[in-house]
Design a protein around this ligand. Structure first.
Ligand SMILES: C[S@@+](CC[C@H](N)C(=O)[O-])C[C@H]1O[C@@H](n2cnc3c(N)ncnc32)[C@H](O)[C@@H]1O
Length: 185
């Protein structure tokens, strides 16, 4: 277990996050289809073992790019291994971040945050940094899990995002997750 950062999902459960049954329940292509296009620059923060990463890379194509970021080297190692096995994903850049700073540069079309925002300690600093990395007409997709994140906590996340320069574009429904799509206000 990752005892250094106990509020963060440990690398040991990466198999629960990346398996075929999850693909039936949360099909990455279906989830991403309304947002990701050929040629886009996509930032995925908290990519974990990369359940979504290779699909995003396929969807943005050779002229696009995915910057996949995680706190834990163990998670990034799993993504690296998936890339190696698939023979695809040459347009993926992996980056290990610090807990209080994403630390990448770029001007992204789309930011993907799946089941990770509840693990971020300083959400205000996190959203401020994201705001500086997003294109004027870019979008941020946040999905949070049903059990770990209450309705109240999710609304508080949206409030913080609002205070740091974002507005709500959509509240897609997909049981049982809590989802919001944001853009720059
Ligand atoms: C529950 S996992 C979800 C992984 C992946 N998004 C998925 O849906 O399979 C949360 C991930 O976010 C990462 N994480 C937590 N806090 C983070 C932070 N401040 N910056 C970057 N990654 C973070 C964890 O290391 C973990 O890999």
């Amino acid at each position: 277990m990752n005892l250094d950062i106990p509020h963060v999902c440990p690398t040991e459960i990466s198999l629960i996050l990346n398996n075929r049954i999850r693909r039936l329940l949360q099909n990455p292509q279906k989830i991403l289809a309304p947002y990701v296009r050929d040629g886009m620059d996509v930032l995925e923060v908290g990519c974990g073992p990369g359940f979504f990463t290779l699909d995003i890379a396929r969807m943005v194509g050779k002229s696009g790019r995915v910057v996949a970021v995680d706190l834990q080297e163990g998670m990034l190692a799993k993504v690296r291994e998936n890339i190696r096995r698939s023979g695809a994903g040459q347009n993926i850049v992996l980056h290990r971040c610090d807990e209080d700073r994403i630390g990448v540069s770029g001007n992204f079309d789309f930011v993907f945050l799946f089941y990770m925002v509840h693990e971020v300690v300083d959400k205000e600093a996190f959203f401020r940094e994201l705001e500086s990395l997003l294109k004027k007409d870019g979008q941020v997709y946040i999905a949070e899990p049903p059990l770990h994140v209450s309705k109240k906590a999710f609304e508080e996340t949206i409030r913080i995002a609002g205070d740091t320069g974002f507005m709500v574009v959509d509240r897609p429904k997909r049981f049982p997750d809590k989802i919001v799509v944001l853009k720059k206000a």
